[in-house]
Design a protein around this ligand. Structure first.
Ligand SMILES: NC(=O)C1=CN([C@@H]2O[C@H](COP(=O)(O)OP(=O)(O)OC[C@H]3O[C@@H](n4cnc5c(N)ncnc54)[C@H](OP(=O)(O)O)[C@@H]3O)[C@@H](O)[C@H]2O)C=CC1
Ligand SMILES: O=C(CO)COP(=O)(O)O
Length: 337
């Protein structure tokens, strides 16, 4: 695998912008694609993305465009940083422009509604590339903290270890430390499921519950994520790592998490529509992915009580307080069963 010199990042929201900055800080030329020309112009001319990371000055070797062909020209790696549920449509439009052989990198943390596919599966299918050409970046990576250059680690997962290492090299900086992992399934499930558990933790906070409840949800949330992972062939160790426990803890504890913030509003009594309006267009992936993850669990006979409860709150108008009572009132069982 050749080294990565030029990177296209498609999607200029919070994470697309922060991760593009990391790669530029690692010395690569980065072109960020934005669907809004005004955002692209602001990034290129003023080195700012005031909609998503207003306090961050972006590096000079990061430019932006709303022309996908210009962003993708000669890219050695293509980072996909759009929401999970639009990725298939976005990528289908970009498919003819993808440079042959480029590593395609998923940053989206979700499971597709309908197909129940992981993002790397969607990418391989739509781009018509082998699975080992697709990498996943996942870990405790709250965009605002990464943008502020706070010390952070992540996981680059790819079944082709040399591609993973090339990407690891292309995004290693003094504040961002990527580890490689060949367990793509586990890393993706960790990233998708933690958003749902983050919603549950937010709901608990909104109801006025404290750290015991949060710790209980984190731990039992990890247990159901790991059960799903086992059924889908993930490496159990992945769930103890950055893309598992690491991301789960960051999302479930941080007021910066959009999923946790969304859940807290619901816990305080907002409707789903009100919480969506307050999110101001920013994606809280778990609201949709709770449906696909719940269905994936059911398809594989995996019990996922927290995910099921979050789904019923988000899509069947279950009250969070009743959710809490129901979860506590479940049939008694052994911890590891
Ligand atoms: N934020 C974070 O801390 C992290 C997020 N992630 C994951 O990265 C993915 C992207 O999230 P993030 O950047 O945070 O999301 P944001 O909500 O911050 O930004 C979403 C971006 O996607 C664009 N977009 C939205 N809908 C479409 C569409 N239909 N077609 C094309 N572009 C679209 C938005 O454009 P516009 O501005 O014009 O609306 C915006 O640039 C998610 O799966 C998230 O879970 C992963 C790690 C960290
Ligand atoms: O994935 C994230 C941190 O790793 C961001 O979480 P939110 O999407 O909940 O903000």
């Amino acid at each position: 695998m050749e080294s990565i010199r030029r990177v296209a990042v498609l999607g200029s929201g919070s994470w697309g912008t922060a991760f593009a900055k990391v790669i530029a800080d690692a010395g690569r030329d980065v072109v960020l694609w934005s669907r809004r020309q005004t955002v692209a112009e602001e990034i290129t001319r003023l080195h700012r993305n005031s909609d998503y990371l207003p306090d961050v000055t972006l590096p000079m070797n990061l430019t932006a465009t709303s022309d996908a062909a210009a962003a993708l020209a000669d890219a050695d790696a293509v980072v996909l940083a759009v929401p999970s549920q639009t990725l298939r449509t976005n990528l289908a439009a970009w498919r003819p422009l993808l440079p042959a052989g480029a590593t395609l990198v998923s940053t989206a943390k979700g499971v597709e509604l309908g197909s129940l596919k992981r993002m790397s599966e969607v990418i391989a299918e739509v781009a018509e590339v082998p699975a080992d050409q697709v990498a996943v970046v996942s870990g405790p990576n709250l965009a605002k903290e990464v943008g502020a250059e706070q010390p952070t680690a992540t996981v680059i997962a790819c079944t082709d270890e040399r591609r993973a290492e090339a990407l690891q090299h292309a995004c290693s900086t003094r504040y961002f430390r990527p580890y490689t992992n060949v367990d793509v399934i586990g890393c993706e499930l960790g990233g998708a499921c933690k958003n749902v558990i983050g919603l549950a933790c937010g709901m608990a906070d909104g109801l006025g519950f404290g750290d015991n409840t949060t710790a209980t949800l984190i731990t039992r949330g990890l247990a159901e994520t790991a059960r799903l992972g086992a059924a889908l062939g993930a490496d159990p160790l992945t769930f103890a790592g950055l893309a598992g426990l690491g991301d789960l803890v960051a999302t479930c504890s941080s007021p910066l998490s959009r999923n946790r913030t969304f859940g807290a509003r619901i816990g305080r009594g907002d409707s789903i529509a009100e919480a969506q309006a307050a999110a101001n267009g920013q994606v809280a992936e778990g609201v949709k992915s709770c449906a696909s993850i719940r269905e994936l669990g059911a398809r594989h006979g995996v019990e996922m009580p927290i995910t099921d409860s979050v789904y019923r709150v988000c899509h069947e108008a279950l009250s969070p307080r009743v959710m809490a009572a129901e979860l506590l009132g479940r049939a008694r069982k052994a911890e590891w069963s």
